[in-house]
Design a protein around this ligand. Structure first.
Ligand SMILES: [Zn+2]
Length: 70
């Protein structure tokens, strides 16, 4: 029988928010923080392949794609 609202910190800005049905952007405090977090996540995803590119080591000079249009 615990009716006390659950308070959680916004993952983006740390703002304390009440976790209930009215908290529309939970676990974020607002749409802005939600978009910020989403944007950071996307940019990280996009950066990963570039940093981990195995072809930049100089071991493979060959173009893996056959029949390059010239
Ligand atoms: Zn926030």
């Amino acid at each position: 029988m615990s009716q006390s609202p659950k308070i959680v910190p916004c993952p983006t800005c740390g703002e304390a928010i009440v976790w209930d049905r009215q908290a529309r952007w939970r676990p974020f405090c607002s749409e802005r923080c939600r978009l910020i977090d989403l944007g950071e996540w996307l940019s990280e995803e996009r950066c990963l392949p570039a940093e981990d590119e195995p072809w930049s080591a100089g071991e493979a000079d060959e173009d893996p794609s056959p029949g390059a249009p010239s």
